[in-house]
Design a protein around this ligand. Sequence first.
Ligand code: PMT
Length: 221
Amino acid sequence: FATGALAGLSVLITAGPTREPLDPVRYLTNRSSGKMGYALARAAREAGARVTLVSGPTAIAPPPGVECVHVETAQQMHEAVMSRVAQAQVFVATAAVADYRPASIADQKIKKDAARRSLELERNPDILAAVAALPQRPLVVGFAAETQDLERNARAKLMKKGLDLIAANDVSGGRGFDADDNALTLLWPGGGTTLPLQSKEQLARQLVAVIADRMGEANSR
Ligand code: PMT
């Protein structure tokens, strides 16, 4: 990991979960803590990049020197990313964005009356796919949280969304989400490498080194 490997570049990173409100006091969310995305923001900053972190609700402080934009919902995260992505040379989607949101948000707290209730959900925008589809786009790095067929599912996401790099994260058996350690399988068109289990800080530095390599590769074409 060379200090300065991303010098002069702007890196936009999403991190953490999103919160999708049901009523004024309840929401749907997931187990993402933001640790992986915040570690990446720190590592990219250490590598000399200007870093903007678009973060869902987390309990951690943004790393020094990193601009942090706080959002709650997937729609807010989508807006925050799309209004900033033109300035970025690298986009990394670490966030665990809710794929669906409640189709309507109750104005008042939902009452405990019926014995059974069902919830209608509506698709959220896919932020990663939206960035990858831009005509003028940064280097696009996605994550893939999988509980089965890690490499096959991740390679399918890489190709389907037309990404430059995907970090496949085995999240079965309580791994990945909220843990301090993680392991990643990195895949790109025509190649890949495995980063073994280690702290999210160390892992983030290694991922940043691979991103810098992929940038070099893209620029030499
Ligand atoms: O936050 P931590 O506790 O440290 O946990 C880290 C992590 C496990 C959340 C992280 O390493 C990880 O795997 N992030 C991706 C989680 C995820 O939602 O994966 P996915 O396979 O559902 O989504 C694929 C990719 O599309 C991801 O890059 C995701 O950010 C992006 N996406 C998904 C849905 C959506 N609506 N918009 C998106 O941008």
